[in-house]
Design a protein around this ligand. Structure first.
Ligand code: ARG
Length: 581
């Protein structure tokens, strides 16, 4: 039984008592449950403690006085709840719930149903049954896949895995920027540099990048370039330029092929490749009409402008009739809602697009009230200082290649690890390292990239997670023990064993809290702790060399359960757990 279930039980009891003592104030057991926390196991004590502070309760229910609170010590005991007592920390009143440690250990490790569901989640049994479309990664094919998109890619993937694990029906969608003036700019760049179709075919991302940079640079000094780009885009949008249209189709196809390779490397599969070009100006007519009828848009110098609540003016159609990023997002959202019958839509981009999504939300809610609670913008900060031996990084592929090479070098230097090139171990390790280095950051914080800390073998990082996972698999495969039928807590009395059980039991609440805050670092930090607890336990609780067969098999059960939790946690973060390295 996971810790969350104990909390639910205690939460209910607490809510009952408080409701009675506070003259029927409505107390929500689920709220109470979230305020209860585990105290670390204390060596000399044979119970485990959960605690509930008065101040956190008062944040939700102001009327609860200390006197009401103390009444909780009368809570009825049962087999697992051995006692309830009042205490104070820094003068703050707390209630301590004392659980029977042996029952806790036994229930946690015996819960076959829970662990088999962790191993192979049964999506029908999940708590939330909703449909969510997660729009993430979404690079622009006229501009390079820069590191900002990398964050969107892995944070969006983590969110998708997490929502899916919690029972949501998730549509993973990437919305490629293949429309707009930059696209015209790209064509101008291709013309300036004289790239042939063959050049582009052979090395699409690099050619396109060069073309984009060149045109951009020239447009700074030459007004002409920008107006050429605008013309090209405008003729594309109105279906008037056949050859530009064909070229655009080829570029799109080549870029996607290359993108797919990178996604595969990161272990990401999209259900939908959506395109900005799916939503050109002419498809915005009906929504624009609604906005016109409701008097939210006006015509200013030929431009169609939306007047937002806060008084700012946002252009929806340019004077030449072409659409903007925002217009396309409005139409895309409306069409997606109809196509997927979605309950929520999440967009993952860096924080600079905050205003864009606020306006999008505002406009959609004006069009249709039911949008108001459906849109979420999950934003994140910037990565700085990411460079490879070749210099400042532009492409994600270069970072992943460099990470792989550096891992290979490290593996060659290390005497204890065997190199397993066939299984592509060093690539998976490199990707894990770069990913965890990012996911361990608080989402909104900007951070400085550093190769040494990303690729560290011993400290808290992706390699540690993979390494511990491999150790656990190795133990299971080589210890010559079978799993016991049942857990016997009397054979798992050591501090290190109970400490590991506690970590295992926390998984559910960690998932819940990561979900509520949409913060991957909560799971990452937890997995680091879980690995520390595993490594500490492995030092003092030998399995293979243990003289008692019974004790050895109980330990195996403990490590096996830990591995299942670690494996699921890694998968939710988007890692591919390795079996050996
Ligand atoms: N392509 C955009 C960019 O790179 C991100 C798109 C995010 N998704 C969306 N529906 N607007 O800035």
């Amino acid at each position: 039984m996971a810790l969350a279930k104990y909390k639910t039980l205690i939460g209910r009891k607490v809510a009952d008592v408080l409701k009675k003592t506070c003259n029927d104030v409505e107390i929500n057991p689920n709220t109470v449950e979230l305020l209860i926390n585990l105290n670390k196991f204390i060596k000399t004590n044979n119970t485990m403690q959960l605690h509930l502070p008065l101040t956190s309760l008062q944040q939700h229910y102001k009327n609860i006085s200390e006197e009401h609170f103390q009444k909780l010590t009368n809570l009825k005991n049962d087999s697992v709840l051995e006692g309830v007592s009042g205490s104070k920390i820094d003068n703050e009143p707390l209630i301590l719930f004392h659980l029977n440690k042996d029952i806790f250990v036994r229930d946690t490790l015996n819960d076959n149903e829970y662990f088999s569901n962790l191993q192979t989640p049964d999506l029908n049994k999940r708590k939330y049954k909703k449909k969510v479309v997660i729009d993430f990664s979404s690079p622009n094919i006229a501009k390079p896949f820069h590191m900002g998109h990398f964050r969107s890619t892995i944070i969006g993937n983590y969110l998708s895995n997490l929502y899916e694990y919690l029972g949501y029906d998730v549509v993973r969608l990437t919305y490629l920027g293949d429309w707009g003036t930059q696209f015209g700019l790209l064509q101008v760049g291709i013309n300036i540099l004289g790239f042939t179709d063959k050049d582009i075919f052979q090395n699409p991302i690099e050619c396109l990048f060069k073309a984009y940079v060149r045109a951009n640079k020239e447009s700074e000094t030459d007004q002409n370039i920008l107006s050429q780009a605008k013309d090209i885009f405008n003729s594309l949008e109105h279906g008037m330029n056949h050859s530009a249209f064909e070229k655009w189709k080829t570029i799109r196809k080549l870029t996607v092929e290359e993108l797919k390779i990178t996604y595969e490397r990161l272990g990401i599969q999209f259900n939908v490749y959506d395109w900005e070009s799916n939503y050109p100006a002419n498809r915005s007519k009906s929504v624009i009409n609604i906005l016109k009828d409701k008097k939210y848009v006006t015509n200013e110098d030929g431009k169609l402008v939306f007047k937002s609540k806060c008084g700012s003016n946002v252009t929806l159609l340019k004077s030449d009739g072409s659409s903007l990023y925002l217009t396309r997002d409005i139409v895309a959202a409306i069409e997606r809602k109809a196509a997927y019958n979605l309950d929520e839509m999440i967009y993952v981009t860096d924080f600079s697009q905050q205003e864009h999504f606020k306006t999008l939300n505002e406009i959609l809610s004006v069009v249709d009230e039911s949008w108001s609670d459906k849109i979420q913008h999950v934003k994140y900060g910037r990565i700085r200082g990411m460079s490879t031996r070749k210099g400042e990084v532009v492409f994600l592929k270069d970072i992943l290649d460099e990470a792989k090479e550096k891992m290979e070098e490290k593996q060659k230097l290390s005497l204890t690890t065997k190199i397993d090139f066939a299984a592509n171990t060093s690539d998976i390790l490199g990707v894990s390292a770069v990913m965890i280095n990012d996911l361990k950051q608080r989402r909104l914080r900007n951070y400085e990239f550093n190769w040494d800390s990303a690729l560290q073998m011993k400290g808290d990082g992706g390699i540690k997670l993979q390494y511990t996972h491999c150790r656990l698999i190795n133990l299971e495969e080589n210890c010559n023990q079978d799993l016991p039928d049942k857990c016997d807590p009397l054979l798992l009395e050591e501090y290190e064993a109970v400490n590991l059980v506690q970590e295992i039991a926390r998984f559910d609440e960690i998932i819940q809290s990561s979900f509520l805050k949409q913060e991957p670092y909560i799971i990452v930090n937890y997995l680091f702790k879980l690995c520390n607890a595993v490594n500490r336990a492995m030092k003092v609780l030998p399995v293979k060399s243990c003289s008692s067969h019974q004790i050895a098999s109980q330990r195996l059960l403990l490590f096996y359960r830990a591995r299942v939790v670690l494996n699921r946690g890694m998968k939710i973060l988007g890692l591919k757990p390795l079996s050996k390295m």
